[in-house]
Ligand binder design. Structure first.
Ligand code: ADP
Ligand code: MG
Length: 639
C-alpha cells in the first residue's frame, strides 16, 4: 500500500486554522468581517480573558437558514464567490470559506442564526471540528457566534498566547480599525469589567475619529480628501522639486477612479514605529509596504529620520486593481500598478501636508506642574514613547485600555524636568490647539507673515505676537528652512551662487569615504562645490556655495559623507541633492545665541512665511511653536 493518504477533514481544518487563526484578535477579525459582509448595521462583541476564554459576536445582518448554517462549516463553503473569475474582483471581506470551519476546529463554538425571511432560527454547537448538536430555536434575526476556549485542543498553540491584557489590546485594535473603516455602522466591544469601544453610527469619518480618539487627537490631525487620482495636481516648481509627478503625468484610465482620503498628523507627532499608520484599501484593513513607504516619503524632510506619523489612509480603487488573495488572513494585498499607486499616494499626501502647513503648537496650562509617572504600566508606556520634538513631551501608546488611550498624550519624564536643549523644551501638560485642520494655506501663510517680533529669548528664539496668539520661532532652524528651499530652487535652475576659497582645502578620505565621494561627486559640483582629485584618496576643494564660511567647508563635507556612509544604502540623486541642501542650509544659517535686530527678525519671519514648509526644518525639527488664544484665555481662567 502506498504511503500517501488524504488527511481527514478535521485534520485539514486544523491545519487551515493555523494560517487563519493566530490569536483571539484573528477570531474577532473573521467574525467582524462576516458580520460586515452580512450587511449588519450593529455589531456587538463581548470578550472574556482577552478572548482566550470567550469571544461573543452578535450582529443584525442577513443571518442564515438551516442549510446554510450547516454548510458554512464545510471547508471552502462560501456564499461570496462562485467562479475563478470572481476572484479577480472581490468586493466582500471574506471569500475563501475558511474562517468558520477553522474556528470550529480549534475551539468550542456555538452559532445562533436566523435569516430575515424565516420565522425560526438554528442553533448549532461544534467542538474541535465535530458537530455536537443542531436545533431549531426561536431567535432574533441576525447571527450570534460564541467562540470559547480557543486552542483548547492544540495546547502548543495555546501556550503561545500572550497575557490577557496583550490579547485584549490586539482585539481592541482590530475593532478600532473596522470602526474607523465603517463610520455608518455601530460597533461595541465589552469585557466583563467595562466597555472599550462604543461607537454609534455617524455620518462622517471625522465624527468617528472623534468618537474613538477624542478632540485632542483630532486637533493634531489634518484631514484630507476625498481626492480623485485624475485631479492630483502636479507640484509647483519649488524647492521640493523631487516630489514631482510621474513623467507620463496622467494615471492610466483604470486608476483614474482611485480616491484617497483620511487624516495625517502634524509634524510634532513623532512615533517610534509604524503602529499608528492605518491603511485601508476598499475599506479593508491592510498592511502594505508600498503604501507605508509612500507615506514615509510624503513626510520626508518634515519628520526626522526614524520617526513616523499617525496616518489614516483610505484608498478606494476598482476591485480588479488590487489582488486580496495573496495571504490567508487577507492582510496583504498586491496592486496591479504598484509603482503608480505608490507615487500617486506619495504626491497626494505631500500636497496635503504642504497645503495644510501644519504648525507645532505650544502645550497649554504652563502653570500646572506635570504629574509624575504613575503605576506599573508606565514603564510599558515609556518603552513605546517618543519625546515629541522640542516640546519635552512623551507621546505614548499604552496597552490598556488600548482603544481609549491609543493616541493619548502623557507628560513623560522629560516633562518632569524642564530643560532647554537645542530648541525649546516646555514642561507642561499638553492640550494642543492649532489652526484648525481646514485653515486655508494662504491664511496660515499670511498669518506668519503678519507676525510682530517682540524680542528674543536667550538670543536664540524669537518671540512674536499675532491676533491669534503668541509664537516662538527657533531662529536657527527657521533660517535653515529658508535657505534649504532657496538652495534647492537655485540648484534646479542651475543658479547656485558659488564662492572661491582663498586657499584650497585639502580633504583626506578613507577608502569607504572615497567610495561615497565618487557617488556624490557630480552632485556636489552642481551644488556649487569645486573639487579636484589631489592624489590618492585626497581631494582639493576650491570653491563652495555662497553663505558657507570657509572654515565650515571641511566640516560640512565630512559630515555629509559620513551621514551618507552611515546609512549604507543607495540613494537616488534627489536624496543626495536634499542632503547636500540640508547641510549647506545648516552651516549657512543664523546660529543660536546670536542677537538679532528688529529688522532682521522681521525679515526672517517674512522669508519663513514664504517657504513651502515653514513648520519644520529639513531635518524634521519644528520651527514654530504657537500658544493659541484659546489656551491663553484658558490659562488665565477667562474661559
Ligand atoms: P467566507 O467569509 O470566506 O465566505 P466564512 O467561513 O467566514 O467564509 O463564512 C462562510 C459563510 O457563512 C459565508 O460565506 C456566509 O455566507 C456565512 N456567514 C458567516 N458568518 C455570517 C454572518 N455573521 N451572517 C450571515 N452569514 C454568515
Ligand atoms: Mg469570512
Amino acid at each position: 500500500m502506498g504511503r500517501i493518504r488524504i488527511l481527514p477533514e478535521t485534520v485539514a481544518n486544523k491545519i487551515a486554522a493555523g494560517e487563519v487563526v493566530e490569536r483571539p484578535s484573528s477570531v474577532v477579525k473573521e467574525l467582524l468581517e462576516n458580520s460586515l459582509d452580512a450587511g449588519a448595521s450593529h455589531i456587538r462583541l463581548e470578550v472574556a480573558a482577552g478572548g482566550k476564554q470567550k469571544i461573543h459576536a452578535v450582529d443584525d445582518g442577513c443571518g442564515m437558514g438551516r442549510d446554510d448554517a450547516l454548510l458554512a462549516f464545510e471547508r471552502h463553503a462560501t456564499s461570496k464567490l462562485r467562479s475563478a473569475e470572481d476572484l479577480l474582483s472581490i468586493s466582500t471581506m471574506g471569500f475563501r470559506g475558511e474562517a468558520l470551519p477553522s474556528l470550529g476546529a480549534v475551539s468550542r463554538l456555538t452559532m445562533e442564526t436566523r435569516s430575515q425571511q424565516e420565522t425560526s432560527g438554528t442553533r448549532l454547537e461544534i467542538a474541535g471540528g465535530r458537530m455536537l448538536s443542531v436545533q431549531e430555536a426561536g431567535l432574533p434575526a441576525g447571527t450570534a457566534i460564541t467562540v470559547s476556549d480557543l486552542f483548547y485542543n492544540i495546547p502548543a498553540r495555546r501556550k503561545f498566547l500572550r497575557t490577557e491584557a496583550t490579547e485584549l489590546s490586539h482585539i481592541t485594535s482590530v475593532v478600532t480599525h473596522y470602526s474607523l473603516a465603517y463610520p455608518e455602522i455601530a460597533f461595541q466591544l465589552r469585557t466583563l469589567s467595562g466597555e472599550l469601544v462604543n461607537t454609534p453610527a455617524v455620518d462622517s469619518l471625522r465624527e468617528r475619529v472623534f468618537q474613538l480618539f477624542g478632540e485632542e487627537l483630532l486637533e493634531q490631525l489634518v484631514q484630507f480628501g476625498p481626492l480623485a487620482a485624475e485631479s492630483f495636481s502636479p507640484f509647483p516648481n519649488s524647492g521640493e522639486a523631487q516630489i514631482k509627478k510621474l513623467e507620463n503625468k496622467e494615471p492610466p484610465s483604470e486608476l483614474q477612479s482611485m480616491r484617497l482620503s483620511g487624516f495625517l498628523s502634524r509634524p510634532q507627532i513623532q512615533k517610534l514605529n509604524r503602529n499608528s499608520i492605518y491603511t485601508f484599501v476598499n475599506r479593508r484593513l491592510i498592511r502594505d509596504r508600498v503604501l507605508l513607504h509612500a507615506i514615509q516619503e510624503a513626510y520626508h524632510n518634515i519628520l526626522p529620520r526614524h520617526s513616523f506619523p499617525v496616518a489614516l489612509l483610505f484608498l478606494e480603487m476598482p476591485y480588479e486593481e488590487v489582488d486580496v488573495n495573496v495571504h490567508p488572513s487577507k492582510v496583504e494585498v498586491r496592486f496591479r500598478h504598484q509603482a503608480l499607486v505608490h507615487n500617486l499616494v506619495r504626491d497626494a499626501l505631500r500636497e496635503c501636508l504642504t497645503a495644510a502647513k501644519p504648525v507645532s503648537t505650544f502645550p497649554a496650562g504652563a502653570s500646572q506642574a506635570p504629574e509624575p509617572p504613575r503605576g506599573p504600566s508606565h514603564s510599558e508606556q515609556v518603552r513605546d514613547a517618543v519625546p515629541v520634538a522640542a516640546a519635552g513631551f512623551y507621546l505614548t501608546q499604552p496597552e490598556l485600555p488600548p482603544q481609549a488611550q491609543a493616541f493619548r498624550f502623557e507628560p513623560g519624564p522629560a516633562a518632569a524636568e524642564p530643560r532647554m536643549e537645542g530648541s525649546a523644551a516646555c514642561s507642561v501638560a499638553p492640550i494642543p490647539e492649532g489652526p484648525s485642520a481646514n485653515v486655508p494655506p494662504a491664511a496660515f501663510g499670511s498669518e506668519l507673515a503678519e507676525l510682530r517680533p517682540l524680542g528674543q529669548i536667550q538670543e536664540s528664539f524669537i518671540v512674536a505676537a499675532s491676533p491669534s496668539g503668541l509664537w516662538l520661532i527657533d531662529q536657527h532652524v527657521a533660517h535653515e528652512r529658508v535657505l534649504f528651499e532657496k538652495f534647492l530652487t537655485q540648484r534646479e535652475s542651475g543658479t547656485v551662487e558659488c564662492q572661491r576659497l582663498l586657499m584650497p582645502y585639502v580633504l583626506r578620505l578613507n577608502a569607504a569615504q572615497q567610495a561615497v565621494w565618487d557617488r556624490i561627486h557630480s552632485e556636489l559640483e552642481s551644488a556649487g562645490f569645486e573639487v579636484e582629485p589631489f592624489g590618492q584618496n585626497t581631494v582639493a576643494v576650491k570653491a563652495a556655495p555662497g553663505g558657507v564660511k570657509a572654515d565650515d567647508v571641511e566640516k560640512l563635507l565630512l559630515e555629509l559623507v559620513e551621514s551618507i556612509e552611515e546609512e549604507r544604502r543607495a540613494f537616488s540623486p534627489e536624496v543626495v541633492r536634499h542632503k547636500i541642501a540640508a547641510s549647506v542650509a545648516c552651516h549657512a544659517a543664523i546660529k543660536v545665541n546670536m542677537p538679532l535686530e528688529q529688522r532682521k527678525m522681521e525679515w526672517l519671519l517674512s522669508e519663513l512665511a514664504a517657504t513651502q514648509f515653514p513648520m519644520s526644518c529639513p531635518h524634521g525639527r519644528p520651527v514654530v511653536l504657537k500658544y493659541g488664544m484659546r489656551e491663553i484665555l484658558k490659562a488665565f481662567h477667562r474661559i
